[in-house]
Ligand binder design. Structure first.
Ligand SMILES: [Zn+2]
Length: 108
């Protein structure tokens, strides 16, 4: 994985952390939550819904990557690889929704 710096905290974004692609950058989910809290009294509902689902998807993605490392049988690995691919596609779509929500609410 290439090295990226989170535009919010300036620290490196590394594999195993939960992060979202925001424009050209990758930002930590915790940092995104921090800027939302700084700019909004309460989190807009669609932003919360998409961010929460993205977080859950990223968690599943990290766990599936780990499971792939210790799975043994070829057919099990194939199912996990397919699942990982679906999760990656969904994480990208959800990141785009989160980014749109952040822009719509003037947070970024
Ligand atoms: Zn950060």
């Amino acid at each position: 994985m290439e090295k990226w710096k989170c535009p919010i905290c300036g620290k490196e974004v590394v594999e195993g952390q939960r992060f979202a692609q925001i424009g050209e950058n990758y930002a930590h989910i915790e940092c995104i939550r921090k800027i939302i809290a700084e700019k909004k009294e309460s989190i807009p509902l669609d932003l919360e819904a998409s961010l929460d689902t993205l977080e859950a998807t990223l968690y599943a993605l990290i766990r599936t990557k780990e499971a792939l490392k210790y799975s043994v049988k070829r057919d099990v690995k194939e199912v996990l690889e397919k699942h990982l691919s679906i999760l990656e596609d969904q994480a990208l779509i959800l990141s785009l929704v989160v980014e749109g929500e952040l822009r719509d609410h003037g947070i970024i």
